[in-house]
Design a protein around this ligand. Structure first.
Ligand SMILES: O=C(O)CCC(=O)C(=O)O
Length: 195
């Protein structure tokens, strides 16, 4: 892959965390291939004692025996999808870093969203590097600490890398939008076995 002409935006780079954005990372969109080949699931989530359907479809995949617990649920990784594996190989080569799992999110329209959270589960280790890839509709990504809140757009075929202490110092979310077409987000993670 030719990477020397890639546009790179450093949105945050200090001891509180690192956010690096590549707006046109992929030259083609995998939206339709991912939409049609992943067996998307609608899952429940319990928040503040109430159980709801998560406002998006998800699918968790990864190496054998990888499991990930968040929002009080444990997900055992399903086997890799061929397109996700192809994308993983490209990202790994670019970052010189390997991932063993991917949480896939399918936002069907502007009503689908992701609430405020940090990816700070123990099995991600401290200061995890997470590669987040977007295909389809442009959506706003927001992040905040106790003092400030920031937002920017995640565009089709883009790559966002969250690293350093970002997950310790900020929460992030993908708010609802009045009108939005379908969007798929892949977040590649490296999950460690907990003893
Ligand atoms: O869809 C997005 O860009 C956000 C995904 C996200 O925050 C996550 O999977 O933890």
């Amino acid at each position: 892959m030719q990477t020397s002409f890639l546009k790179k935006e450093i949105l945050l780079n200090d001891k509180s965390g690192i956010l690096t954005y590549f707006p046109n990372f992929f030259s083609c969109s995998y939206l339709e291939d991912l939409k049609n080949s992943i067996p998307w699931e609608e899952k429940l989530i319990t928040l503040f004692g109430k159980t709801h359907l998560q406002p998006r479809l998800i699918y968790f995949m990864g190496d054998p025996d990888i499991s990930y617990s968040y929002s009080r649920d444990t997900y055992l990784a399903s086997s890799w999808n061929k397109y996700v594996l192809e994308i993983k190989d490209i990202i790994q080569e670019f970052l010189n870093f390997s991932f063993n799992s991917c949480l896939c999110n399918y936002y069907r329209n502007g009503q689908d969203s992701m609430g405020w959270h940090a990816d700070n589960e123990k099995e991600l280790g401290s200061n995890p590097t997470i590669a987040s890839i977007s295909f389809g509709a442009k959506r706003t990504f927001s992040y905040k600490n106790n003092l400030e809140r920031f937002s920017f757009d995640l565009e089709d075929s883009s790559l966002l890398i969250m690293s350093g202490a970002f997950q310790h110092n900020y929460k992030h979310s993908l708010p609802k939008r009045k009108h939005a077409e379908a969007r798929i987000n892949l977040t590649f993670r490296n999950i460690k076995a907990l003893n």
